[in-house]
Ligand binder design. Structure first.
Ligand code: PMP
Length: 400
């Protein structure tokens, strides 16, 4: 029947498995379903009119360069504009230091390919971004996850892991408004992380797609900006500040690392689409992206506040959740016996039409079943409140 025998696959294919999430994400768009699962940015906030004008202008006769190949590292104008924004964020750099990537996701893939051999160890936060695990898995790493609290990754626990584990190659962190917890790493922990990375000679992969979605609290320095030895690979993305469909992100790293990442990118996909890079450069050059970001924040802040207030009002005692100062997520912890995946499948979807992301796949090791990630982005107010209320009622029944 044309099915390839399993023996034909490379060993890494064993680590390429469909995620359980896909099944129920297919439900998310259906009428009558309230989804807190997606974590998509709110599409009403995309700068549609401006991008329409930009693409129109790019695709006029005589402007064929917008459809031509360009450098693997990315369109020079866009690299320069990204470098200017990173410099303003405390990471002085030039266009040459920046690699444009296919979203932040490609930065995760390329960095793992560059540093991780089978059996090497990647340290993650506990829990961590599921998509990073999907990107890292084909490199066949072992994982050690480090507990978090409201100050982010526990650096004492990290030190313990580094002291007792051989072959640690990467420490992966989402320091700002982490996916899935919404937590932010404190300044003291950022400094300690850099010290530990130096002491144990490990590369830090800093992933910051939510950094600019800040609803309260001060802006903390990036880990990259605290590093003096060039061991931090800093990733960012236009997905949450412009639009994810453009598939535009960036990596900032020392020349040696960046050149190798660019060669791996050449192997993977040659370059990002020239048209989208030209469009993003035109947007950054011709419009006020800082104003655009500032204009989005009240919407997300309101949605976050409404989610937190609704959880407080409708969830029964014994359930806790994080309070994110930015980003798109809250992380909910249920009593230890509740298996959220089973509860969602058997109760939440059939009886309430509500979807969340059960927490298990966010653990790099030793998964826990009694958590869920809930996104507050893009759910209309009434649906949000109603969905949390219905979920709360079913949880009250299940937990009594
Ligand atoms: N890192 C984290 C922590 C994310 O949450 C996401 C997207 N949800 C990404 C990276 C990748 O996003 P993109 O490729 O769209 O930039």
């Amino acid at each position: 029947m044309g099915v390839i025998g399993m023996t034909s696959f490379a060993r890494r294919a064993e680590r390429v498995q469909p995620s359980a999430i896909r099944e129920f994400l297919a439900l998310a768009g259906q009428p009558g379903i309230t989804s807190f699962a997606g974590g998509y940015p709110d599409p009403t906030l995309f700068p549609m009119r401006e991008l329409h004008g930009i693409y129109d202008a790019l695709l006029t006769d005589g402007n064929a360069s917008a459809l031509q190949y360009t450098a693997s590292e990315g369109l020079p104008e866009l690299r320069a504009l990204v470098a200017a924004r990173l410099s303003a964020d405390g990471m002085p750099c030039t266009a040459d230091d920046v690699l444009i990537t296919q979203g932040g996701q490609q930065g995760l893939d390329l960095t793992a390919k560059l540093f991780v051999d089978a059996g090497d160890v990647i340290v993650t936060e506990r829990p961590t971004f599921l998509g990073a695990l999907i990107a890292f898995n084909p490199c066949e790493p072992d994982y050690r996850s480090v507990p978090m609290d409201d100050e982010g990754m526990d650096t004492d626990a990290l030190e313990q892991v580094l002291r007792t584990t051989d072959r640690v190659k990467l420490i992966y962190t989402v320091p700002d408004y982490q996916n899935p917890t919404g937590r932010t790493m404190s300044l003291a922990r950022r400094r300690r992380l850099v010290e530990l990375a130096q002491e144990f000679d490990v590369v830090v992969l800093e992933d910051t797609p939510y950094r600019e979605l800040r609803y309260e609290g001060e802006r903390l320095p990036t880990i990259k900006s605290l590093d003096t030895t060039g061991r931090v690979v800093h990733l960012g993305s236009f997905s949450k500040i412009l639009a994810p469909g453009l598939r535009l992100g960036w990596a900032l790293a020392t020349p040696e690392i960046r050149e190798k990442l660019a060669l791996l990118k050449l192997a993977a996909d040659t370059q990002n689409g020239t048209l989208n890079m030209r469009a993003a450069a035109a947007y950054l050059g011709g419009y006020d992206i800082e104003g655009h970001i500032a204009g989005m924040l009240p919407t997300y802040r309101h949605q976050r506040d409404l989610m937190l207030a609704s959880l407080q009002e409708h969830f029964p005692p014994g359930i806790t959740w994080t309070r994110a100062n930015g980003g798109l997520f809250t992380w909910v912890t249920f009593p230890a016996g509740l298996d959220m995946a089973a509860f969602q499948r058997d109760v939440l979807i059939p009886q309430a039409g509500v979807i969340v992301v059960p927490g298990t796949p966010f653990f790099a090791d030793r998964p826990e079943a009694n958590h869920a990630r809930m996104s507050f982005s893009g759910v209309p107010d009434e649906r949000l409140v109603d969905g949390v209320r219905r979920m709360g009622r079913l949880l009250s029944q299940a937990l009594t």
